[in-house]
Design a protein around this ligand. Structure first.
Ligand SMILES: Nc1ncnc2c1ncn2[C@@H]1O[C@H](COP(=O)(O)OP(=O)(O)OP(=O)(O)O)[C@@H](O)[C@H]1O
Ligand SMILES: [Mg+2]
Length: 658
């Protein structure tokens, strides 16, 4: 199926929309990444600070243990009791201190490192602790404190209860590195040792004590309390802290599926590699037990500087992601709103662009329908405005060209008509000329042959007539012979005149005068007695080059014809005028007129409607050939019984060579 073509407006809006959508999408992606990175970056910064706070709590507790051990060792009463070997007193005292300050163990050795009093396990004495790095330093006179891993046996010595607390099942944890054993029996302690030195400066022994961190939540909960203030997000605690013994969670407030502390779970392999193996801090998102956290991990070192565990703090990533998503949702919503507003604006702005174009389309349609007067309104000076102006200019030119074409068509029609008329006239004229020429030749031949015998007949009959008595019975007959022969002679003369016309003798003449002369010859004849003659001569008629005698012959012919057509009764109007450098001499009579049929033939030689003996039918034929020699024409306007007008038209010439 072919879709209908899209309108210009839809195309414009769609292309704008594509650009906006593309730009919007890119800025959304960039914006989302930017917001997320900024928020997560800030969260990472915060978690880094949180880890410092956690270290403060951790070290504070270590120092607290150190101070306790140090102060207790410095007590004079304790030194006295040691010097005097009062084991009962020492035990009581140490036991009280241990319980009061929540130490898990507090043990005294002699100067050789042999345990004298073990407050947490009074019956287990006599073992030597000199090999312990802290105790050995204390025996050498230094007070030290450090985190330390204690074996199950050592823990057992300090207290079976501690060994129990430290014993822990290693739980399978997603993302953690594989581990062979599934039970941990060792424990991580914060331990301090201090020398007992008497007034004389003699070392009496060493006092060491500490706390077991396994299943001891004091530090991690305090970190949470200080840093996160038990903040919750959707029912879940945001902040978490953990102490790892190697990769094992021994003290934590990260929760497992059942809501209990995730003791016995392990750190992810990735973090383990970075922190435990490479000894680097880890600040990044990490999968902790069962959720993603923004985390900070740092290694815990023992006195020798070996990595024995990890201190961790982490914040639930979800609140940050949700904030990011909320922000992005708001951003997307606002961007969509902007797009809608833009589309509305676009709709109106495209109207401004499209309206003149639509007008132009309408204009072209109107022009195609033939309305060239339609104009486009020019409303702006931009490209569209220029287009409209050019369009109007084009329409103007088109209109002018069209007008010219119409006029040209009209004149062409007129010219064709004129030409056709001329051609028809020329053809008729040609036919006539040919006819005349052949007739002329024939007539001239005959006339020439009979002219001399006729002359003889006329002379001899005339002589006989003179010799004949008037009373003779032959006299009248002879008279008729003479008259008819004279008539024949006259016909032959005219025939010869027609067939071999003499060349005209041109001179500059006033045509009015020629007309007058012609009239004066015929006027006195009886035929004209009852004919009224009206003369309308143009007194300013220009002179022209012509043969006066020949023109006189023509006019006389026409005047006699008119008088004959009126049968000696009526009005003859003679008019002269100049029309377009032509002289028009017209003769209008009130006679019987000429039929359409005869009109075509009146200029033919020998055409006559007059009775035999009256007309030769040569008058108009001779007249026509004379006027032709004058480069003119004779036209007839007539209808049967309505009179006739003969118009002789000759050009005005001042020089016969023209
Ligand atoms: N004014 C006129 N009114 C009516 N018919 C005319 C007129 N002039 C000429 N004719 C017609 O034209 C014919 C030819 O005229 P044309 O002058 O050539 O010959 P004609 O007058 O008959 O004889 P001719 O002039 O030789 O004595 C005439 O016979 C007549 O029928
Ligand atoms: Mg005549």
């Amino acid at each position: 199926m072919k879709l209908p073509p899209l309108s210009l407006r839809i195309k414009l809006i769609l292309s704008f929309l594509a650009v906006i959508a593309f730009g919007g999408l890119i800025s959304l992606v960039i914006g989302w990444r930017l917001v997320k990175n900024t928020l997560i970056g800030q969260a990472q910064l915060k978690v880094k600070h949180d880890l410092s706070a956690a270290w403060m709590v951790f070290n504070e507790r270590l120092n607290n243990v150190k101070d306790l051990v140090n102060l207790t060792a410095a007590r004079e009463s304790l030194q006295l009791a040691v010097q005097e070997g009062q084991a009962d007193v020492i035990f009581k005292y140490l036991d009280r201190v241990r319980r009061s300050y929540a130490l898990d163990f507090l043990t005294l050795t002699d100067a050789h490192g042999q345990v004298v009093v073990r407050s947490s396990n009074p019956h287990r004495v006599g073992d030597n602790q000199a090999s312990d790095e802290l105790v050995s330093l204390a025996l050498a006179g230094t007070t030290v404190a450090s985190p330390q891993i204690l074996s199950a046996a050592e823990l057992q010595k300090e207290s079976p209860e501690l060994a129990r607390r430290a014993r822990m099942k290693i739980l399978p944890t997603p993302k953690a590195a594989p581990r062979q054993e599934n039970i941990e029996t060792r424990g991580l302690v914060l331990k301090a040792a201090a020398p007992l030195i008497n007034d004389q400066g003699r070392t009496l022994g060493a006092l060491y004590g500490g706390i077991l961190l396994n299943r001891n939540y004091e530090i991690v909960d305090r970190v949470k309390e200080i840093v996160y203030k038990y903040e919750k997000y959707k029912g879940r605690e945001i902040g978490t802290a953990t102490i790892f013994q190697h990769d094992l969670r021994i003290s934590t407030n990260v929760r497992n599926q059942n809501g209990g502390r995730a003791i016995g779970t392990r750190v992810s392999a990735e973090v383990s590699q970075a922190v435990l193996v490479k000894g680097q801090p880890w600040i990044d998102r990490a999968f902790v037990v069962n959720d993603w956290y923004i985390t900070a991990y740092e290694p815990i070192h023992n006195l020798k500087g070996e990595i024995i565990g990890i201190l961790y703090v982490g914040m639930l990533e979800k609140p940050y992601l949700d904030t990011t998503n909320r922000l992005m949702l708001t951003f997307t919503g606002m961007a969509s709103l902007c797009v809608v507003v833009l589309l509305i604006l676009l709709y109106f702005s495209t109207t401004r662009i499209i309206h003149p174009l639509q007008e132009m389309v309408t204009a072209t349609q109107r022009i195609a329908e033939g309305d060239l007067s339609h104009k486009v309104e020019v409303t702006s000076a931009d490209e569209i405005g220029q287009l409209a102006s050019s369009f109007n200019a084009m329409v103007d030119k088109l209109q002018a060209a069209n007008q010219k074409l119409i006029e040209w068509g009209r004149t062409l029609e007129k010219k064709v008509e004129e030409r056709t008329r001329e051609l028809t006239a020329m053809q008729a004229h040609l036919i006539r000329s040919e006819k005349l020429a052949s007739l002329g030749k024939l007539a001239a031949g005959i006339a020439h042959e009979i002219n001399n015998p006729l002359g003889g007949i006329l002379i001899y009959s005339h002589l006989i007539l003179e010799d004949t008595d008037k009373n003779s019975p032959h006299y009248e007959n002879l008279k008729k012979i003479v008259k008819e022969t004279a008539r024949c002679k006259d016909i032959v003369k005219r025939l010869l005149e027609f067939a071999r016309p003499r060349e005209p003798e041109f001179s500059l003449l006033n045509i009015n005068e020629i007309v007058e002369k012609s009239l004066s010859i015929v006027e006195r004849q009886a035929l004209f007695q009852n004919i009224k003659i009206i003369k309308r001569y143009d007194s300013h008629l220009p002179k022209t080059v012509a043969d006066g005698a020949q023109l006189q012959q023509v006019f006389t012919n026409i005047i006699i014809n008119a008088a004959e057509a009126m049968d000696g009764q009526g009005t003859l109007t003679i008019q002269t005028a100049t029309v377009d450098n032509n002289l028009h001499i017209s003769f209008t009579d009130t006679g019987h007129g000429i039929s359409e049929e005869d009109k075509k033939r009146i200029f033919e030689p020998f055409f006559t409607t007059k009775e035999v003996g009256k007309g030769t039918g040569l008058g108009l034929a001779i007249s026509y050939s004379i006027i032709q020699k004058h480069h003119g024409t004779i036209e007839v306007v007539s209808q049967r019984d309505r009179g006739a007008t003969f118009i002789v038209k000759i050009p005005v010439r001042t020089n016969q060579d023209e």
